[in-house]
Ligand binder design. Structure first.
Ligand code: XBP
Ligand code: MG
Length: 226
């Protein structure tokens, strides 16, 4: 079956965003008077819980603390958006070229992510320009679903928007949770492991590559190098 659409995850795939997320969590904790610090090793473990608000709830419970996760997460999102709009995060190698090439070849582009619409928009506008939104035929976020990845709900919504079967789509992910979600939605998968996910198991992906600037090709899709 020919590939008709590329479906991108955001965090870790379009850009290495998690360091920015992590430091914004820590700043929000400090502002709220919490003596919490998520260092890289702890954050690696906490990423098993997808969704920033859910991650905060999980951590508070593990310490037996009762906190206002919604306002903490809202502040973290505000800080993250400010930093991203100031250019704190750039696209990973090969992402821009792949988007350009896919558009030239008439493929549909879409996004399925766990983060919020506001954070996706900030990232797309700061990296692809103010008119980035319409490049994507569907953008579905954590706010559109009841269950976040590894549940396939977000990717099923994307496929429904595109009116495509998963077998016509190639999903590009960076994490085990994302890979499980994409496969459960029936899509082909390419994994580009990121800083926080490079230790994870991607053995059931169709392809694993260091980053998208490397030569690769997908089933029934012309080689994706120029
Ligand atoms: C990314 C996430 C997100 C980010 C933080 O998962 O799990 O929660 O860590 O974003 P994926 P928010 O790349 O698999 O979509 O704080 O906005 O949730
Ligand atoms: Mg990701």
């Amino acid at each position: 079956m020919t590939i008709l659409a590329l479906v991108f995850d955001v965090d870790g795939t379009l850009a290495e965003t998690e360091e920015c997320h992590r430091t914004c969590f820590n700043q929000a904790f400090a502002e709220h008077g919490l003596e919490w610090t998520w260092d890289r090793s702890l954050y690696t473990r906490l990423l098993a819980v997808t969704g920033g608000r859910e991650r905060i709830v999980h951590y508070a419970r593990s310490r037996g603390q009762d906190i206002d996760a919604a306002s903490l997460h809202a502040r973290k999102t505000e800080l993250y958006n400010e930093r991203v709009r100031k250019g704190a995060v750039t696209l990973r190698p090969g992402v821009m070229n792949l988007i350009d090439r896919a558009r030239r070849e008439g493929l549909l582009l879409a996004i399925g992510t766990t983060t919020s619409r506001r954070s996706v928009t900030a990232l797309l506008e700061s990296t692809l320009g103010p008119e980035a939104g319409p490049i994507f035929a569907s953008i579905r976020t954590g706010e559109d679903v009841r269950r976040k990845k590894p549940d396939p709900e977000v990717y099923r919504l994307v496929l429904s928007d595109l009116a495509l079967d998963g077998r016509c789509c190639l999903c590009i992910e960076d994490s085990r949770n994302g890979l499980v979600a994409a496969r459960a939605a029936g899509m082909h998968t390419v994994v580009t492991p990121s800083l926080y996910t490079c230790h994870e198991d991607f053995s059931d992906a169709d392809l694993v590559i260091g980053d998208l600037s490397m030569p690769w090709s997908a089933p029934e899709f012309r080689p994706l190098t120029s």
